[in-house]
Design a protein around this ligand. Sequence first.
Ligand SMILES: *Cc1c(COP(=O)(O)O)cnc(C)c1O
Length: 238
Amino acid sequence: MFTQRLQTVESKIALACSKAGRSSHVQLIAVSKSHPPAALQEAFAAGVRVFGENKVQEAKAKIPELPGTCRWHFLGHLQRNKIRQALPLFDLFHGVDSLSIAKDMDRVGQELGLFPRILLETNIAGESTKFGFSPTQLEEQFEEIMQLTRLQVLGLMTIPPPVQEPEQARHYFTSLRMLRDRLQERFGVRLPELSMGMSDDFTVAIEEGATMVRVGTALFGERTARTGHPEVSEALDG
Ligand SMILES: *Cc1c(COP(=O)(O)O)cnc(C)c1O
């Protein structure tokens, strides 16, 4: 069952890469939040090695249940009081969404002797209800973020607003890529990673340059209502 879903997702990724004339590797992050360890073990047996979680406590409970060869990515908004616990657990933080959180991660990284790898979450549509830097904010604050020398900023991440058809999300993905290109140019840095695309729209995201896709439902099936939407589940994190 899982193996079939994984094969379907992987072949869609391959097709999207070839359609876009891209040979470069796209990393699949299996978003396992809200699913029990048994589901992750099945995924591991099918070959999955990178899991995405959005709650520190939940991840902490699951990590010992899986082989040590697994890598764990944190998705979405990280609460300030969870930073210390989270830094040693996760390989990559996809949702660093404000300058103040970045500063705290830098400081705690220093205290713990870690160099957190992060992606800056960009609220590409400028929705006021969402976490993330607006594109303008990011350009204004980027210099300051670059001075946080414990942080390894690998690129940008976005969750576009809900749309009816995947195709309608395309321009958001294009905008994120162009913003990344502008930042690289203006600040003389490399931002190789673009984390964009989820179950419904990852093929479009890949065509627009995604290097990481975060896929939950298409691999593990539906989650419960409580964790239905990424932004909602983050707000409820206890
Ligand atoms: C839950 C979540 C996903 C996965 O969403 P699906 O639609 O189930 O693929 C991706 N990214 C983030 C940030 C999430 O919180």
